[in-house]
Design a protein around this ligand. Structure first.
Ligand code: 0RA
Length: 658
């Protein structure tokens, strides 16, 4: 919805909400078509409910009245959000003839209307109003502490159970919101600690000096003899500067300090932090009113423009680029650059497929000017850093030219050699991508078993030799020189690079709807999966975003007794199988631990891991781009990381064939 439509809609709401019947109809609409309001009714939509409630408290903090927000996943999986703001107003609403609190909770888009002076920044993607959360909750309770008193009201599916009541006295002020998502609406009501933690961490970086906490009461952690609930605290004093440091934990920095720009003199506050590192990828994360603008937009365009022009001018004036035989383009200025840009826009226009692209044209110039001014000052004041940056840019331009040659070679080879498909690929018979799948298999031997076991009509196999290149640490021309990576590109039918954008991806020729990574269920296998996922994340992100990337899950155990066999994917399943087959006695039960795909024969591999009727595939999704970036930089850096755990946590468990 555009802001214009939103305004019209809320005006309509005002006219119609004279009687309570219409008001209830308003929330009925949310229950009838929840996806229209919160995006979807899956795991994403579920977590949006929490963001919505937290956003209101963040607004209160941005208005200067709230310093702490505590989020709790309760034992019964409901959510409680506590803030120490002024408390939602409870006085009589003139027009509505009932408490303002009740109006906020039961009228669509009524949030934030009572205080026209406060700077309300949330909006767009969420910002649908806490009444939507109420509508989609089987029950909800709001408690307000204000002026020494305490008020509360409870609801079921958005309907008040009683008028707002004053229940007692209070010391401080604030708002406590508790809600239980309606399990008749959501596919799952199981909140994920990590997803909420990633968002709260992001909010802490984006809004410095607010303490955010997340507690999980479903779990109890043991600490010596003491038991306590798992709580994580998120607080940032240096905001975006710390955000960039967090994203780059394991990357080697090119300059000592993060460059920080905070420009809030004009109508559009611009905050920006950037740091060059020795890697070769660009990691830019952009936000508008705390919303991650995945598709970019005018703020990002302004940033790029300001950065390119300022650095180019500095490089030319310094004479460092005078001997260069080829041009430097925009890409070169951003290789190895990690940055976060955050703008606050009063009436944001969100466009694009997922409504995460900023459209307001006035923002472009504002960001451009902020970046140019601050960056040229920085370069003048820090000549040593400036030289390092320009040298890095020259290196990037040089590598880009080498990469283009390597890439052209790859593409020419494809055109010349008939089908152009890699020799190692055992392709499927069907040419319809929508029903075809490809398994990327670790090692030639497992590849051989998979070739025997597969259904060749729709399943293709591409064996990969040993460890694949760590793209996080390699230069671009090395990447396109790598045999396994070339094979992945050509087998998938995906091409990369155009004249003006060396990383532009063309997926229109994608030959398989499902790209399935299949590796051993051991530490090495996890490492290889991580390397392949890093490659997809950096070079074929669209395939992840469009739901094409999956991880196969081979079994961990085979429990046998006589002729009876049971495959198991967890310790619990193994225990259960031992009980079942042993019938309490356990005698004669043999447990076989599978470590490698090679330990299974073709038939077993088909039955457990490849057959759409029996397998479980994990779909790879990106819940938080910033968190994924941080994790990949951590995993692929020098320190040995908990990779297995990472994969377990970040690959969504989805039996998509069922
Ligand atoms: C508008 C006005 C005032 C408070 C709030 C909004 C408010 C809303 C939420 C939602 C969650 N927590 C909140 N805290 C405060 C107060 C106006 C006044 O006191 O004069």
């Amino acid at each position: 919805m555009t802001t214009e439509e939103q305004r019209k809609r809320s005006e309509e709401q005002d006219q119609y909400s004279a009687g309570s019947i219409q008001v209830l109809e308003g929330l009925e609409a949310v229950r009838k078509r929840p996806a229209m309001y919160i995006g979807d009714v899956g795991i994403r939509g579920l977590h949006h409910l929490v963001y919505e409630v937290v956003d209101n408290s963040i607004d209160e903090a941005l208005a200067g009245f709230c310093s702490q927000i505590d989020v709790t996943i309760n034992e019964d999986s409901s959510i409680t959000v506590v803030d120490n703001g002024r408390g939602i107003p409870v006085e009589m609403h003139e027009k509505e003839k009932r408490s303002a609190l009740e109006v906020v909770m039961t009228v669509l888009h009524a949030g934030g209307k009572f205080d026209k002076d406060s700077y309300k920044v949330s909006g767009g993607l969420h910002g649908v109003g806490v009444s939507c959360v109420n509508a989609l909750s089987s029950r909800m309770t709001v408690e307000v502490m204000r002026q020494g008193k305490k008020w509360s009201q409870s609801y079921e599916r958005g309907k008040p159970l009683a008028p707002v009541s004053q229940d007692g006295l209070s010391d401080g002020s604030g708002t406590i919101t508790t809600f239980m998502p309606d399990d008749t609406i959501f596919q799952t009501v199981d909140f994920k600690f990590d997803i909420l933690a990633a968002r709260l961490r992001e909010l802490a970086f984006l809004n410095k000096n607010i303490l955010l906490t997340l507690t999980d009461r479903r779990e109890v952690a043991e600490n010596g003899n003491e038991q306590h609930h798992v709580t994580e605290r998120f607080f940032s004093e240096r905001g975006l500067m710390e955000f960039v440091e967090y994203l780059d934990v394991n990357r080697e920095r090119l300059t000592d300090k993060v460059i920080y720009i905070n420009y809030d003199k004009g109508d559009i506050p611009v905050e920006l932090a950037l740091q060059y590192n020795t890697s070769f990828s660009e990691n830019v994360h952009s936000y508008v009113n705390n919303i991650n603008t995945i598709e970019g937009g005018t703020h990002l365009a302004g940033f790029r423009r300001g950065l390119t022009r300022t650095l180019k001018k500095y490089a030319e004036d310094s004479g460092m680029t005078s001997k260069l035989k080829f041009d430097i383009n925009g890409d070169d200025f951003r290789e190895g650059l990690t940055s976060v840009i955050s703008v606050k826009v009063a009436e944001p226009q969100f466009e694009g497929q997922t409504k995460t692209k900023l459209g307001n044209t006035e923002v472009m110039g504002a960001v451009d000017i902020a970046v140019s001014n601050a960056l040229s000052n920085y370069l003048e004041e820090n000549p040593k850093d400036a030289r390092s940056i320009v040298q890095k840019v020259i290196l990037a331009a040089t590598a880009r030219h080498a990469a283009r040659k390597a890439r052209e070679l790859v593409q020419r080879k494809n055109v010349l050699s008939g089908s152009g498909l890699p020799g190692k690929l055992a392709d499927c018979a069907d040419r319809d991508p929508s029903v075809s799948e490809i398994f990327l298999v670790e090692g030639d031997s497992a590849g051989g078993t998979a070739k025997q076991g597969r259904d060749r009509r729709f399943q293709a196999i591409l064996p990969l030799r040993g460890k694949i290149l760590n793209v996080e640490k390699a230069m671009q021309h090395k990447i396109f020189d790598n045999e396994e990576i070339k094979n992945i590109f050509t087998a998938l039918g995906v091409t990369i690079g155009t004249e003006d954008d060396s990383k532009a991806l063309n997926t229109s020729g994608l030959r398989y709807a499902k790209v399935i990574i299949m590796t051993d269920a051991d530490v090495d296998g996890s490492h290889i999966t991580t390397l392949i996922m890093t490659f997809f994340f950096r070079y074929m992100k669209e395939l992840i975003e469009n739901g094409h990337i999956y991880i196969a899950t081979p079994p961990l155990y085979l429990v046998k007794k006589g002729k009876s066999e049971k495959y198991c994917w967890s310790e619990e399943e193994r225990e259960a199988a031992v009980q079942e087959l042993g019938q309490g006695k356990e005698a004669g039960v043999v447990i076989q631990r599978y470590k490698g795909l090679g330990e299974m024969n073709a038939e077993q591999l088909w039955g457990t891991t490849m057959s759409p009727d029996t397998r479980t595939l994990r779909q790879v999704t990106i819940d938080s781009a910033a968190e994924a970036d941080h994790i990949f930089s951590m995993l692929m850096g020098d320190e040995v990381p908990p990779r297995r755990e990472f994969i377990e946590r970040h690959a969504k468990y989805a039996n998509i064939d069922a």
